[in-house]
Design a protein around this ligand. Sequence first.
Ligand code: FES
Length: 107
Amino acid sequence: MSGDAGPPPVIACVKARPAGAPSCGGAGSRAVLEALRAEAARRGLPLRIEEVQCLGRCQQGPTLRILAGAFFTGMTPGRVGEVCDALAAQVFPAAGRHRPTPPPGHP
Ligand code: FES
């Protein structure tokens, strides 16, 4: 990590290969990132995404990884809450004590 006080980056593979070749881009990584940004914003969760061109799990994509943490493979827009939960556990280790209040109208 760079030493700044920001959240650990979510490393996201966005590699796109020609049709028939497995790749995260070909499996919908952009839609997953769009959903992840929306869910993090809804939760008031700071998010930093670093896009990369391969995480070595091309057959299992879309693939994400929180820096130095577990891989999230076979991601879909509907599963981005899993990434947010893991990120929140790192950003807000004392859950509930330092967590920002979501904006009005959001649970
Ligand atoms: S293309 Fe995404 S992990 Fe290789």
